[in-house]
Design a protein around this ligand. Structure first.
Ligand SMILES: Nc1ncnc2c1ncn2[C@@H]1O[C@H](COP(=O)(O)OP(=O)(O)OP(=O)(O)O)[C@@H](O)[C@H]1O
Ligand SMILES: [Mg+2]
Length: 334
């Protein structure tokens, strides 16, 4: 959980944040399978956060939504648009339309056909949305927006684009978000998404290996990993092979991007997600890929409140990448 505030002079301020790990089977394939465990983790994070705010923005994982670009007539009434969007959703969904939660955003006139608008439609099983809203309510929060994690990552990226040559214009940037179980690859050209894919790669593999090698229960292994409290042999025997395998997987993921598109190069790699905080990952990726590699920090232009330790924030920043994109969303509170 992350709270951003208005820092004045058009600046934002990182007000407070809390990170609570979840057991690996609490959420499976985007469905919340252990509601009580997730609820307890949320309660714990909210308590650590120690805020009066109860207005929240949440996200679904990209794997739980279907995204489709559609065209809508420019002069249609809202009712006509609704009918057309519903028809498109009916085609795109593999489940009954009555179980669908649906939204769309008009992007602007179509380049070839200016009487039509390009629009982005997103749909999900209503159950995936409702279970999250119910969790927020169970801990006393109000969910105002249900975003998608991959979109939120783009919102966070906008805070960082200034660090790239020409603000990312004309550049090919691969955002690689390495989480606990999944790695989300999102490639941008000219700051627009041109390729997205999920891979089964994440820090849980490293935690399991620590747990096996040093005979630790997985919670202790997770804690020791984050706090760097492991024997000397850890670095050479466990961490280095893991970093090499991650770099190799990133190489494969980018090969898939090259073969699926007409692109032949990536100018910058941006590492996000909790695993981007592992010391040395950026160097290993950089030397294997021979491509400029940055660790995502969407807060570098923001002020930091006195509640937050700036050094700790710098190391947690990549894990807060999606949360940052969510906290930047605007909504009305009544
Ligand atoms: N300081 C750290 N050092 C090493 N690993 C870390 C650190 N901080 C977080 N991680 C690892 O990052 C992973 C969690 O990352 P993140 O919070 O991005 O995952 P997630 O989005 O919840 O997972 P997923 O995307 O797979 O659903 C865990 O494997 C965790 O151990
Ligand atoms: Mg993630």
């Amino acid at each position: 959980m992350l709270e951003l505030a208005d820092g004045g002079k058009g600046m934002r301020r990182v007000e407070r944040y809390a990170i609570t790990p979840l057991p690996k089977d609490a959420i499976q394939e985007g469905a919340i399978t252990k509601t009580d465990v997730v609820e307890a983790a949320l309660r714990d994070a909210l308590k650590q956060l120690d805020t009066r705010t109860r207005d929240v923005v949440m996200a679904l994982p990209a794997s739980a939504v279907i995204t489709k670009r559609i065209m809508l007539p420019g002069n249609a009434s809202e009712a006509e648009i609704d009918t057309q969007v519903t028809a498109e959703a009916n085609q795109a969904a593999s489940f009954p339309i009555g179980d669908v939660s649906l939204d769309y955003q008009i992007l602007g006139p179509n380049a070839k056909n200016p009487n039509e608008n390009d629009a982005l439609m997103v749909l999900a099983r209503r159950e995936r949305v409702e279970e999250r809203v119910a969790l927020a309510e169970a801990v006393g929060c109000r969910c105002h927006v249900m975003d998608v994690d991959a979109f939120a990552a783009l919102t966070a990226y906008e805070q960082m684009a200034f660090q790239l040559p020409d603000n990312g214009k004309g550049q090919v940037v691969a955002i690689i978000d390495i989480g606990a179980n999944t790695t989300h690859v999102n490639v941008l050209h000219d700051n627009q998404t041109v390729y997205q894919r999920e891979h089964a790669l994440g820090g849980n593999t490293l935690t399991s290996e620590i747990s096996r090698r040093f005979d630790l229960p997985s919670e202790e292994a997770e804690d020791a990993k984050r706090k760097n409290l492991l024997p000397d042999s850890y670095e050479s025997e466990v961490l280095q092979p893991f970093l090499d395998s991650v770099a190799k997987e990133i190489g494969r993921a980018l090969q898939l991007f090259f073969s699926a598109t007409s692109f032949q190069r990536v100018d910058h790699i941006l590492l996000a997600g909790g695993c981007a905080a592992i010391p040395g990952l950026d160097d290993v990726v950089h030397s294997r890929m021979q491509t400029s590699t940055l660790i995502a920090n969407p807060f570098s232009k923001m002020a930091v409140s006195s509640h937050v330790k700036a050094r700790q924030l710098a190391s947690d920043a990549p894990a807060l990448f999606v949360a940052c994109g969510l906290a930047l969303r605007r909504f009305d509170t009544e």
